[in-house]
Design a binder for this molecule. Structure first.
Ligand SMILES: C[S@@+](CC[C@H](N)C(=O)[O-])C[C@H]1O[C@@H](n2cnc3c(N)ncnc32)[C@H](O)[C@@H]1O
Length: 235
């Protein structure tokens, strides 16, 4: 039972973050050394060694993701489930997926810990493979590992597949919140977005060179719909 796992080893590292949310790394639990505790905006998350620890990129995405009351949300590459758990505060339903079966288990446990297991369904698999053809969402959240340079061929391929397939799972007016990871990724990602009939409606970024991080969040919509809406607004 996760709540019985506290206290931790005493390690506590507050990650400097100029945004509004705080990220604290507590380290491994004293009585359960395989379990790591991290707190994001005062919510605790527990994860095993095989699951990626939420980073400043995770927090920055969290801050720049907007969920409306009643939304249906898809969180791809959920990790410890932080995007999914926060989304469940407002969403009617969240589907969280991950390639890593241990991340799936950690997310299920974190959803139980936060009392939102009835709203979050966690599925294992690659990108949209666990999503049925007729499942469509108001919000799609995407923060998987980011390509580092042109040699990150496998990762670029995953991001390309994401943009090629995502429209099939967007409701009209749906929004994607996407973490790009690094500034130098931006031109290639912008091309992928535009080549797939999508439009960036907002870009938020921080330059956290001290932490060797560049959190960048794109808000993305279906291009034709977003342009039509913009035209109506200016008329
Ligand atoms: C950097 S972690 C981010 C976790 C979480 N989204 C967050 O914001 O903290 C990336 C996660 O994406 C998962 N992942 C990587 N490739 C994937 C793929 N092709 N399909 C689904 N999940 C994937 C990894 O297993 C990992 O848990």
């Amino acid at each position: 039972m996760l709540s019985a796992c506290v206290p931790t080893t005493g390690f506590r590292d507050i990650i400097q973050h100029p945004g509004k949310y705080e990220l604290i790394y507590y380290g491994y639990l004293q009585n359960n050394p395989d379990t790591y505790k991290v707190s994001a905006n005062n919510k605790d998350f527990f994860l095993t060694k095989d699951t990626v620890v939420p980073s400043v990129q995770s927090l920055y995405l969290l801050e720049n993701t907007h969920i409306n009351e009643g939304d249906e949300v898809l969180d791809i590459g959920t990790g410890a489930g932080i995007q999914a758990v926060f989304a469940a505060e407002k969403a009617t339903k969240v589907i969280a997926t991950d390639l890593n079966p241990n991340a799936v288990l950690n997310t299920k446990n974190n959803a139980i810990y936060h009392g939102v297991a009835d709203k979050i369904e966690v599925r294992q698999g690659d990108l949209f493979a666990p999503i049925k053809a007729n499942e469509k969402f108001d919000v799609i959240i995407f923060n998987i590992s980011y390509p580092y340079d042109k040699n990150s061929i496998a990762l670029w391929e995953v991001h390309e597949r994401f943009f090629a397939q995502v429209k099939k799972h967007m409701k009209p007016d749906a929004t994607i919140f996407y973490q790009a990871g690094w500034l130098w990724n931006v031109p290639k990602i912008v091309a992928m977005i535009e080549n797939n009939g999508l439009l960036i409606t907002k870009m938020n970024m921080l330059n956290m060179l001290r932490l060797n991080r560049q959190p960048i969040v794109f808000t993305i919509q279906e291009a034709a719909g977003a342009r039509a809406k913009a035209r109506k607004t200016v008329q």
